[in-house]
Design a protein around this ligand. Sequence first.
Ligand code: GRF
Length: 199
Amino acid sequence: MVNIAIFASGSGSNFEAITKYLQKRKTAKVSLLIYDNSKAYARIRAEKLKVKSVFVNPKKFKSKEAFEKELIKILKAYKIKAVILAGFMRILSPYFVQSFANRIINIHPSLLPAFKGTDAIKKAYLYSVKITGITVHFVDKKIDHGPIIWQEPVKVTPQDTLKTLEEKIHKTEHKIYPKIVEYFCRGRIKIKRRKVEIA
Ligand code: GRF
């Protein structure tokens, strides 16, 4: 079974959705949660789900490279084959991305390339878009730019508030992300240059 690590900085609701899905189906194993923020609620979720969690404090390292070398050391120790970013609020350097080339996946709460960066749901809402959604993509050296694996649209209705839209987006994330992670772990997602195929 493929061992994966999830990186998170905050609530960890995607971590929980992926972990529960894979624990039930036993198609891959979430072996590790890595978090970079001591207050991340993801840690509590990991405890409840009996997943090992490791806090890597960026402040303890004198450079980004040293921080990332530590991440890679931990990932190797746990024989991690893929890194799943789920609300990890830190930009990974080309060095790290290269070390796990085509094995790092991220989820973004908009239909990329629209509304890159932080607060994507709010940006889309304030723009009055009628359709937004979520994007699951491979991570490359540029932010929110890697080859897209899957996009799922979410309609914005006149009744939606920012809060209800956030809820709809998160619900969609929790439905889609675990499935894509499983597909990837089972070797059903192939990437050649920017072309992604799902078998
Ligand atoms: C999600 O909306 C995800 O798309 C974005 O960060 C959020 C993380 O939420 N990258 P959670 O920590 O998984 O609850």
